[in-house]
Design a protein around this ligand. Structure first.
Ligand code: NDP
Ligand code: 8X3
Length: 251
């Protein structure tokens, strides 16, 4: 059955790859992001292939804007089947005792509070309809800290716990909850982490074949289309030469 899939942070990387894969799957898409122009380009790309796409421009840190955008959805877009909580970022790789306060706040506000806002807005309808699926993009970084990962790792550990908590809270319904935990995925992630230092960002993926956004999107589409009695609770997806957040073998 075709679904309505809402993806946050759909302008780049994993979110964009998910938009393309769910569109290929014949689903209707609500794509959200901060960059209206980029969102319009993605909508054009996907509608040109025959997909139905609605775009919503807001920052997931802006609770009022998120609530407003979701409460004003046209009738035919209101019954969201799949929420992909993808918008997120890492900023900096400094030791915890030297970290930047603003970077910490941005990560916490986006990766934890933004995800919670979306969950709070979308999941009540799913519970009411007794149908739905929340796919949170966690990370291997949430399994264990790595050098300089401190606050980013903590936000992804929070995603793991919030995903588990939500799964418990909806267990009496048909709503499913998934935590996808990628390892190294080559996207704009490291450029953002290093505040636009492209050379430093490129080094993150040197000597190893990293994952792509498409690799993660494949798993998201699989989870969303598993038989109704099957709940893909958690998936750790690593590059073949990565064993954990801190063990990466480069050739
Ligand atoms: P990208 O930087 O390529 O994409 C991040 C997306 O999130 C962009 O569309 C970005 O929009 C959006 N975003 C960031 N902040 C906000 C915000 N406040 N409100 C709305 N949208 C926002 O990185 P990835 O695709 O790699 O990251 C996607 C998710 O995957 C993140 O949660 C990340 O933590 C997670 N992840 C990434 C891994 C990796 O190695 N790449 C591994 C494990 C998890 P904008 O362009 O406006 O900034
Ligand atoms: C992104 C993966 O290992 O760079 O969450 O933190 S990692």
């Amino acid at each position: 059955m075709n679904k309505i899939v809402l993806i946050t942070g759909a302008t780049s990387g994993i979110g964009l790859a998910c938009a393309r894969k769910f569109a290929e799957n014949g689903d209707k898409l609500i794509l959200t992001g901060r960059n209206g122009q980029r969102l319009a380009e993605v909508r054009k790309e996907l509608t040109d292939t025959g997909a139905e796409v609605l775009t919503l421009v807001f920052d997931v840190r802006n609770r009022e804007a998120a609530i407003k955008a979701l409460s004003e959805l046209p009738q035919e877009w209101q019954e969201i089947d799949v929420l992909v909580n993808n918008a997120g970022l890492a900023l900096g790789l400094e030791p915890e005792y030297e970290g930047n306060f603003d970077d910490w706040e941005t990560m916490i506000d986006t990766n934890i509070k933004g995800l919670l806002t979306m969950t709070r807005c979308v999941v009540p309808g799913m519970v009411q309809r007794n149908r739905g699926h929340i796919i949170n993009i966690g990370s291997v970084a949430g399994d264990a800290a790595y050098s300089g990962g401190n606050v980013y790792c903590a936000t992804k550990a929070a995603v793991k716990v919030l995903t588990d908590g939500l799964r418990i809270d909806v267990a009496n319904s048909n709503v499913r909850v998934t935590n996808l935990k990628p390892g190294l995925v080559e996207t704009n992630f490291s450029n953002t982490r290093f505040h636009g230092d492209h050379e430093r960002a490129a080094n993150v993926y040197k000597g190893i074949k990293p994952l792509t956004g498409e690799d993660i999107a494949d798993v998201a589409v699989y989870a969303a289309n598993a038989p109704e009695h099957v709940q893909i609770a958690e998936v750790l997806i690593l590059a073949t030469h990565q064993a954990s957040g801190s063990v990466i073998v480069r050739h």
